[in-house]
Write a protein that binds this ligand. Structure first.
Ligand code: ZN
Ligand code: ZN
Length: 367
C-alpha cells in the first residue's frame, strides 16, 4: 500500500509512529479545509474457502495455533477504494480546494488501530480534518446500494468480568458452604432485569453473559465462579448507567447470601459510532446523485462495533454501508465463504471521491 500510494503524483506519505498503518496526504492546488478518509487494513484468522483463483493461502499463528489469513471483512475492498480515490483526486489536484488526509488503519478488528493513530498525533500539526469519512462493505445490501444511519449507528462495545466468591465444601452439606454456583445463577438472571427494569424504554441496551466457569466435580461446591459478558449500548449516559449498576447488583446479591465481596470489573471498549447528522445531511444529495434516489437507503442502529467510531468522537464523521450482496447467494462478514461483488469497488470510489470533493468545495462547485 505504501508503494502504491507513494507512486501516485501529489501524494505525500506522512511520517509518524503509525505502527503498520500508513498516513498520506494529497494537497490541492487551491486553499481550503482538510477532509479525511479512512480505510482499515487488517484481515482475519480464517482459512479462506471461496475457491477464488486469488484466494489467500497464507497461514499464520495465533495463540500458538495455525490459522488461515483472510480478508473476510472486506478491508481489501476498502483499501482498493482508497487507492482509487487517491488516484482520481490526484488527477484533479490542481483544482482541489484543500487537502485530503488518507488513513490506513491497522488492527481494526481488535479495536486498537484508531486509538493508536490518534495517540500518535494523526490529526496534529495542521492535519485536523473538518470531517472524516469511511465505508464498510455490507452483504445485506445488493451491489449498487448504499446504507446510511444518522446519529448513533453502532454499539458501545464494553465487557465485564465478575468473580463471584463463595465458601466451597461438600455438595451434600450446602448449609456449611456459601454456594457461588447458586449466586452465579441468580446473578445471570438479575443482570437481565437491568435493561428491562432500569433503562429508559426509549433507549437500547443489551447485557449478555457469554461465559460462566466454576467447579470441577459433581459433588463439590466450588470456591468461586467467574462470569464474563458484553454490554452494548448506543447512548453514552445509558452506557455509564449500566457500568454503575452491574457492581451494585452483583455486590448486593453476594451480600444477601453472606458471601465474600465479589470482584466486579467492567471495561469501556470501542465507543458507539456517531454519524454526524450535519455531515450526513450534506452527503445524502451526493450519494443520491451518484447512485440514484432509490439506491440510498436508511438503516437502523445495530449493536455491532466499529473502530472508526474513535475518529468520529474527535472529528465529525460519517461511515456508510456499501452494498456488496449478490442476489443469488447468501453471504456474511467474517465467514470463510465471503465473496463480495467486486462491482462495488468502482462505485465506492466514485461515491467517496465525490463526497470528499463536496466537503472540500461545497455544493456549488461539484464537478
Ligand atoms: Zn470485521
Ligand atoms: Zn470490518
Amino acid at each position: 500500500m505504501r508503494e502504491r500510494l507513494a507512486a501516485i503524483p501529489g501524494i505525500e506519505i506522512v511520517p509518524g509512529d503509525w505502527g503498520t498503518g500508513i498516513v498520506a496526504r494529497l494537497a490541492g492546488g487551491r486553499p481550503g479545509p482538510t477532509v479525511a478518509y479512512r480505510s482499515d487494513m487488517d484481515a482475519l484468522p480464517i482459512r479462506e474457502e471461496t475457491g477464488l483463483p486469488f484466494a489467500c493461502v497464507r497461514t499464520d499463528t495465533l495463540d500458538g495455533r495455525a490459522v488461515g489469513v483472510m480478508h473476510a471483512c472486506g478491508h481489501d475492498f476498502h483499501m482498493a477504494i482508497l487507492l482509487g480515490v487517491a488516484a482520481v483526486l490526484s488527477e484533479v489536484r490542481e483544482r482541489l480546494p484543500g487537502s485530503v488526509l488518507f488513513l490506513l488503519e491497522p488492527a481494526e478488528e481488535i479495536g486498537a488501530g484508531a486509538r493508536m493513530l490518534l495517540e500518535a498525533g494523526v490529526f496534529e500539526e495542521g492535519r485536523e480534518p473538518a470531517a472524516i469519512f469511511a465505508t464498510h462493505v455490507h452483504p445485506s445490501l445488493p451491489v449498487g446500494r448504499i446504507g446510511y444511519c444518522p446519529g448513533y449507528a453502532t454499539g458501545n462495545v464494553d465487557t465485564f468480568r465478575l468473580r463471584i466468591a463463595g465458601v466451597g465444601g461438600h455438595g451434600a452439606y450446602p448449609h456449611e458452604t456459601v454456594d457461588p454456583v447458586v449466586l452465579a445463577a441468580r446473578t445471570v438472571l438479575a443482570l437481565q432485569t437491568l435493561v428491562s427494569r432500569e433503562i429508559d424504554t426509549a433507549k437500547q441496551a443489551v447485557v449478555s453473559v457469554g461465559s460462566i466457569h466454576g467447579g470441577t466435580k459433581s459433588n463439590v461446591i466450588p470456591d468461586e465462579v467467574v462470569l464474563t459478558g458484553t454490554i452494548r449500548t448506543l447512548d453514552p449516559a445509558v452506557r455509564d448507567q449500566i457500568h454503575g449498576a452491574i457492581p451494585r447488583l452483583v455486590t448486593g446479591i453476594a451480600a444477601s447470601a453472606g458471601a465474600p465481596e465479589p470482584e466486579t470489573r467492567t471495561s469501556y471498549g470501542t465507543p458507539s459510532l456517531y454519524n454526524d447528522p450535519e455531515v450526513v445531511t450534506r452527503s445524502l444529495p451526493v450519494l443520491r446523485r451518484v447512485l440514484g434516489e432509490e439506491n440510498v437507503v436508511a438503516y437502523d442502529p445495530a449493536m455491532g462495533g466499529e473502530d472508526f467510531a474513535r475518529f468520529a468522537t474527535v472529528v465529525p464523521g460519517f461511515l456508510f454501508r456499501l452494498g456488496v450482496g449478490r442476489p443469488d447467494r447468501e453471504m456474511a462478514l467474517h465467514r470463510a465463504s465471503f465473496d463480495p461483488d467486486e462491482r462495488a469497488i468502482p462505485l465506492g470510489m466514485r461515491v467517496v471521491a465525490e463526497l470528499l470533493w463536496e466537503h472540500l468545495a461545497g455544493p456549488d462547485t461539484a464537478e
